[in-house]
Design a protein around this ligand. Structure first.
Ligand code: PXP
Length: 247
């Protein structure tokens, strides 16, 4: 059965838009912890949070509270830095997804460049996995990135579906083929295969072409839908939608 990781970063983005300089205020909202509870109630299989180096959305306290209070696996997205490693070793999330961080982005565009950075990433992956956090690499669907992820000992990859989601027609067909090839290779190499970024109910059916996916990490569309339905219902809808995945 396909797992649904619910990314609730945008809840923190909204909170920070008003309360970044007054997080201790009695007014502070919306609550990240309540969002995680609502996602749990809707059937989320895990909660995903991206604690960025500059802490502009999720704060350390958010991650610690979700870890402590929410009885679901926690997937921490983070940049591959020494400071974030230290944070993750202390937090001990179930999963860590290493992502690229460019400070000017609102979300994460483009996958991590694993190929060419193996020596820097291998010890980080080893330290996290020895500490009990299974590590995935958020990568573009490219052979070199898949092979490098396996070579450095990561347990999982998360295929970046941004280009798939943001194109149509021949371009999307070509990107789907790239996802198929990357998923097959990753599976052959013993990697667990996840996917994320830009996935919506409207493009889910086309992901049926991509084999071996065991988890989708979805944020933006769920939070957008939640404006109209509430978060629990938005998660429930997505959970039902991803059950159509046939592999
Ligand atoms: N996976 C990763 C690694 C991400 O960084 C993000 C957020 O950009 C997502 C999944 C979720 O993407 P979206 O919010 O477009 O569903």
């Amino acid at each position: 059965m396909m797992h649904l990781g619910v990314n609730i970063d945008h809840v923190a983005t909204l909170r920070q838009a008003r309360y970044a300089t007054m997080l201790d205020s009695h007014n502070t909202e919306p609550s990240v912890l309540d969002a995680a509870r609502a996602a749990l109630a809707g059937g989320a299989d895990s909660i995903t949070l991206h604690v960025r180096e500059d802490r502009r959305h999720m704060q350390d306290a958010d991650a610690r509270a979700v870890r402590r209070e929410i009885p679901l696996p926690l997937n921490l997205e983070m940049g591959a830095t020494e400071a974030m490693l230290e944070f993750a070793l202390d937090l001990k999330p179930d999963f860590v997804c290493l992502v690229p961080e460019r400070r000017e982005e609102i979300t994460t565009e483009g996958g991590l460049s694993v190929a060419g950075h193996e020596e820097q990433l291998r010890p980080l992956v080893a330290a996290l996995q020895q500490n009990g956090s299974k590590v995935s690499m958020f990568i573009d669907p490219e052979e070199a990135q898949v092979r490098a992820s396996a070579a450095i000992g990561a347990a999982m990859i998360e295929l970046h579906t941004g280009r798939f989601a943001n194109t149509l027609g021949a371009e999307r067909a070509a990107e789907t083929e790239r996802l198929v090839a990357a998923a097959k290779l990753a599976h052959e190499l013993g990697l667990e295969v996840h996917a994320g970024h830009g996935i919506q109910v409207a493009n889910l059916a086309e992901l049926n072409a991509v084999p071996h996916l065991t988890e989708l990490n979805i944020g933006h569309t769920i939070i957008s839908r939640a404006i109209f339905t509430g978060l629990t219902e938005a998660v429930r809808e997505m959970k039902t939608a991803i059950e159509t995945y046939k592999w």
